[in-house]
Design a binder for this molecule. Structure first.
Ligand code: PEP
Ligand code: MG
Length: 764
């Protein structure tokens, strides 16, 4: 490659990126875009061939989509499984793979039709979006060649830069096919169904409907090709596993959380050990059915009986039985639908953060929900993954079947089933417009965020899912303003131990430059963020209930384990901060700090090095903002959680779409509380950051800066949008708007006022 060690790598990558953008806008179709991208990469890094392979998750194969150097007539005809060849190895490992003489590598698989025999070296890097590899970028040289670490890094960074562009090009291609293929709009004109609801996560998507019932399983195959004896022994093995797992869960939950919570799993154990339940399953197996179907069928028979019971307490027990059935099926290789193998646009009544944490999100092109607001945790995660989503509460959705063609627009909240050609053309136009808009934002990525008069504002990233931190350089984040650690917990089947947590936190810290702050928030579980293993009891008002620090201070083991892991992972790294969620009174933050002190002593006694860690609290319960001066001597910094603050000040459930119009953080009552906190913190010289969705709201960010907040934390992809927005206004003007907002009577008035001053609201 024509890149010397001294060459500015970032500059190089940026130039490449700009060039790819240019190619996309000047190409006539997505095939041309991909082909020209491959050619440009080969030329820029001085190799003899460059190819792009994309993984088709429906078919489970990697397909050659574009090439410069291999025989172009083999595009779309050469394919391999992830378990085959060097390209498959890159996808499988999700890391770069290189070989100076590829033919000698044990995983080499020859594709003579591509005329690759003239090449010797191989370097492949994964194309990653939504945290998962969806393809592979490969380069070859004719001469045997070992690529230097700098060169590998360079190709990886190019892959990162082009990933989203490549995936958009593929989406465009799909739209092209859809508009040409009559089979896509099978029901053609007159059968098109239009739905309108609320926008949840921006972007457009087209694809086939994937209908999911939350925590449901697909009906397993009924008839077995095996003997009843082997089906029976599978069932018995699954039973043994599930019983021993349940016993382990009971032990863990009793230990870490409490006996009351563990009692839920006693109910599970009772079902498992129930003689009638077991007999019913066995009878079905003996009649020649598969073990999986026999379990599924028996559970559904019981559920039917439960549904008839008038007593709400008893009928609720049905969900325990469902859990038991799913765990048995899990051991027989049948997963709950939230880990479906289908890909397309998900239609789900409600999506919980735990579902997203566990899903293979590469398969999800878009989401239609009928429950859950724009600031629900699942919506926040969808936005961070850049998966378009809408919330539609319309019973007509029930008419849709798996595989029906769909198009959704997450900007306007619209969905169209059986879209006609003209509708798809519209979607295509939107997609190109969006792409152009994001391209334009690229110029903001590496410039510091400033208002038009040069006041510096710091923009940080909220992260939640594994490897989210890799988004930081991509969007120009200045650190992690909020790490929602609970999402990691929700992706697991049992509490992680100290070592497992240390590993995860350490990996994150290693991926973020040590001059950048990383703010860890301790476990904020409860309400919509709960995993089955946590043993949550039903609550009348879960958002006002046993959540976050309230729970952790009563179940100290879980919190202490997390604090110890955090200390071990931090070691001597500077700039690590700790944040406690849902504090309501001074006593809680004192207790939390006390626990942290105890953990620090324990870690130090073990001989591990520790660093200074600043302690802050979330200001998200109104009581803490009303008497904020009382907290100042207890903390090093303040973090405003505007998502919860808004729901508690306005008494509007953040997850309820029926009252979504009442939920607005720009309500003057919310602004008054923020104003009070900012002034008090300034008097006590305590920094304030805000990490709710308000920070990336095009109107919200203006008012927050005007109120004196100079650190905002948000979903990383929105950082360039906010930079651009803030560059349009001076600090004195933002201050004037904020003062007027405080005097307004409604959020609508506040928004109108801002839009009259700054008409272009740059929403995405
Ligand atoms: C908030 O409440 O604003 C916040 C950032 O926390 P979460 O959305 O995770 O409740
Ligand atoms: Mg919160």
């Amino acid at each position: 490659m024509a890149v010397s060690e001294s060459q500015d790598q970032l500059y190089f990558a940026l130039q490449t990126f700009t060039e790819v953008n240019r190619i996309i806008t000047s190409s006539h179709n997505s095939d041309e875009t991909l082909a020209r991208t491959a050619k440009m990469i080969a030329k820029r890094i001085d190799v003899d061939a460059c190819s792009i392979y994309i993984y088709d998750s429906d078919k489970g194969i990697l397909i050659l989509k574009a090439t410069h150097g291999l025989d172009p007539s083999t595009i779309e005809t050469v394919y391999m499984r992830p378990s085959e060849g060097l390209v498959g190895l890159v996808l499988e490992r999700s890391t770069p793979v290189q070989e100076s003489q590829m033919q000698k590598h044990p995983r080499f698989k020859a594709f003579p039709q591509t005329k690759e025999d003239s090449f010797s070296s191989f370097l492949g890097v994964p194309l990653i979006e939504h945290r998962r590899s969806f393809g592979v970028l490969v380069v070859h040289t004719t001469e045997p060649r070992t690529f230097s670490p700098l060169e590998v890094q360079l190709l990886s960074s190019i892959a990162t830069q082009i990933s989203s562009l490549v995936s958009k090009a593929l989406l465009l291609k799909e739209l092209d096919i859809a508009t040409q293929e009559p089979s896509f709009d099978t029901k053609s004109k007159g059968n098109t169904l239009h739905f309108s609801g609320q926008p949840v996560a921006y972007g457009v998507a087209v694809g086939k409907a994937v209908l999911l019932q939350q925590s449901d399983v697909e009906e397993p195959q009924k008839t077995s090709s095996r003997t009843s004896e082997s089906e029976m022994s599978d069932f018995e093995a699954a039973m043994d596993h599930t019983i021993s797992d349940t016993l382990e869960l009971i032990e863990k939950v009793t230990d870490r959380v409490g006996t009351e919570e563990a009692s839920i799993f006693h109910a599970h154990l009772m079902f498992l050990e129930d003689h009638h339940f077991q007999e019913k399953i066995k009878t079905k197996i003996e009649s020649g059915n598969t073990a999986a179907w026999s379990i599924y069928q028996t559970v559904h028979e019981y559920l039917g009986a439960f549904a008839e019971i008038k007593d709400p307490y008893l009928s609720e027990k049905g969900s325990d039985l469902k859990d038991v059935g799913y765990r048995l099926l899990h051991y027989l290789g049948h997963e709950v639908l939230s880990v479906t193998k289908k890909s397309g646009i998900l239609i789900m009544r409600q999506l919980l953060p735990g579902d997203i944490a566990r899903m293979d999100t590469t398969r999800i092109k878009g989401i239609i929900l009928s429950k859950g607001g724009v600031v629900s945790h699942a919506a926040i995660l969808a936005r961070s993954l850049r998966i378009p989503a809408v919330c539609i509460d319309d019973h007509e959705l029930d008419q849709l079947k798996d595989g029906d063609p769909l198009a959704i627009n997450g900007d306007s909240g619209v969905a169209v089933a059986f879209p006609e050609k003209e509708v798809l053309e519209e979607f295509k136009k939107l997609l190109v417009e969006q792409q152009n808009y994001f391209e334009h934002l690229e110029e903001f990525r590496d410039v510091p965020c400033k208002t038009s008069d040069g006041t510096r504002i710091s923009l940080m990233a909220n992260i939640a899912l594994g490897s989210d931190e890799i988004q930081l350089p991509r969007y120009g984040a200045e650190g992690v303003g909020l790490f929602r650690t609970e999402i990691y917990f929700l992706s697991l089947d049992s509490y992680p131990n100290v070592e497992e947590q240390t590993q995860v936190y350490r990996e994150l810290l290693e991926n973020v430059d040590s001059d950048k702050p990383v703010i860890f928030r301790t476990l904020d579980v409860g309400a919509d963020k709960a995993a089955p293993y946590m043993g949550f009891q039903e609550e009348e008002n879960p958002f006002l209930g046993y959540r976050a620090v309230r729970r952790q201070l009563k179940q100290k083991t879980v919190l202490k384990e997390q604090l110890r892991a955090l200390l071990f992972a931090t070691g001597t790294r500077p700039n690590v901060r700790l944040l406690f969620p849902m504090i309501t009174n001074v006593n809680e933050i004192r207790q939390a700090k006390e626990l942290f002190k105890e953990c620090r002593l324990e870690v130090e006694e073990s001989g591990a090095p520790t660093a200074e860690i600043e302690i802050g609290m979330m200001f998200e319960v109104p009581s803490t903002l009303l008497i904020c001066e009382k907290f100042m001597s207890e903390i090093d910094f303040c973090s405003i959680g505007s998502n919860d603050l808004t729901q508690y000040v306005l008494a509007v459930d953040r997850n309820n779409p029926h009252i979504a119009d009442l939920y607005d953080p720009l309500h003057p009552a919310v602004l008054h509380l923020i104003d009070k906190l900012v002034k008090t913190a300034q008097e006590h010289q305590k920094p304030v950051e805000l990490c709710g969705e308000m920070a990336s709201d095009p109107d919200g960010c203006i008012i927050l800066v005007g109120l004196g907040i100079n650190t905002l934390s948000m979903n990383a992809p929105l950082i360039p949008v906010v930079k651009r927005r803030l560059s349009d206004i001076s600090l004195p003007d933002a201050k004037k708007l904020a003062q007027r907002a405080l005097k307004a009577t409604s959020p609508m008035e506040v928004r109108k006022m801002i839009r009259e001053s700054l008409p272009d609201s740059h929403t995405v």
